[in-house]
Design a protein around this ligand. Structure first.
Ligand SMILES: NC(=O)c1ccc[n+]([C@@H]2O[C@H](COP(=O)([O-])OP(=O)(O)OC[C@H]3O[C@@H](n4cnc5c(N)ncnc54)[C@H](O)[C@@H]3O)[C@@H](O)[C@H]2O)c1
Length: 212
């Protein structure tokens, strides 16, 4: 694979579609398919083949004209672009309803994310085990994050505590934050943060069924 553009020049929309390509390629591979055309990928994703070819061309030369994409090779390359071959260490902070569900989501492991730490402030939760990982006292976050080389902190605490948890994660040296708390986080420009809100998807669905 040859890289043709600097990542910073690639549109967010293109980068946002890469995980969809990766997920679909994994499914296609599970079906035992070795080669796939952009038409077939597009049909499965509801994205035009032109868009797929354009997105992938942003990163290099993939596939063979008249043949299609070799599924394993493309999956490997898209996974590499997404950094999924890095085996990032992840920690979840706030092991309530959401945090426990995230901690137990097995698919993160198959994507190469290693769950290495869990934190909470509630004495009833500290010491319990989720997905083979013991919940630690959040007061030990800085030390444990450094010791276990946590790359990504996942914030699942109530909004009122989310900023202070983010500050601690930044100080402890994580590379990125996946924030589920419904607040606008203040983090240094150098920190990568992705905010997640399931209610946005549900509200979008509400819009469509309202106009059905
Ligand atoms: N983005 C989404 O789609 C989405 C969906 C569900 C929940 N949420 C958000 O996720 C967060 C958690 O929701 P929930 O339903 O799991 O709540 P919850 O009350 O079940 O769990 C919160 C957990 O955080 C712990 N906690 C509180 N303060 C803490 C601190 N300073 N340090 C460490 N742990 C702390 C609590 O002890 C508790 O175990 C909330 O901010 C909620 O709004 C977001």
């Amino acid at each position: 694979m040859t890289t043709t553009k600097r990542t910073s020049l690639i549109s967010k929309a293109t980068i946002d579609r890469l995980p969809l390509y990766f997920r679909t390629l994994r499914l296609v591979q599970d079906e035992g398919i070795d080669v796939i055309s952009s038409d077939e990928l597009g049909r499965r994703l509801g994205i035009t083949p032109e868009q797929i070819r354009k997105d992938l061309a942003s990163f290099g030369q993939f596939g063979k004209k008249g043949v299609g994409y070799y599924v394993n090779e493309l999956k490997h390359n898209v996974g590499g672009i997404l950094g999924l071959d890095n085996h990032w260490n992840i920690a979840v902070i706030g092991i309530g309803h959401l945090g426990a569900a995230l901690a137990n989501y097995q698919n993160f492991v198959s994507l190469g994310f290693n769950l290495v730490a869990l934190f909470d402030q509630d004495p009833k939760v500290i010491g319990t085990v989720q997905n083979h990982v013991k919940v630690e006292d959040v007061r030990e976050l800085a030390q444990i994050v450094r010791e276990r080389h946590v790359d990504i902190g996942i914030i699942a605490v109530p909004a009122a505590f989310a900023q202070e948890v983010a500050d601690q994660l930044v100080t402890a040296g994580v590379k990125g934050i996946w924030n589920f708390a419904p607040i606008k986080m203040q983090v240094p420009d150098s920190m990568h943060i992705v905010n997640e809100d399931l209610s946005i998807g549900l509200s979008r669905l509400s819009y469509y069924i309202t106009r059905r």
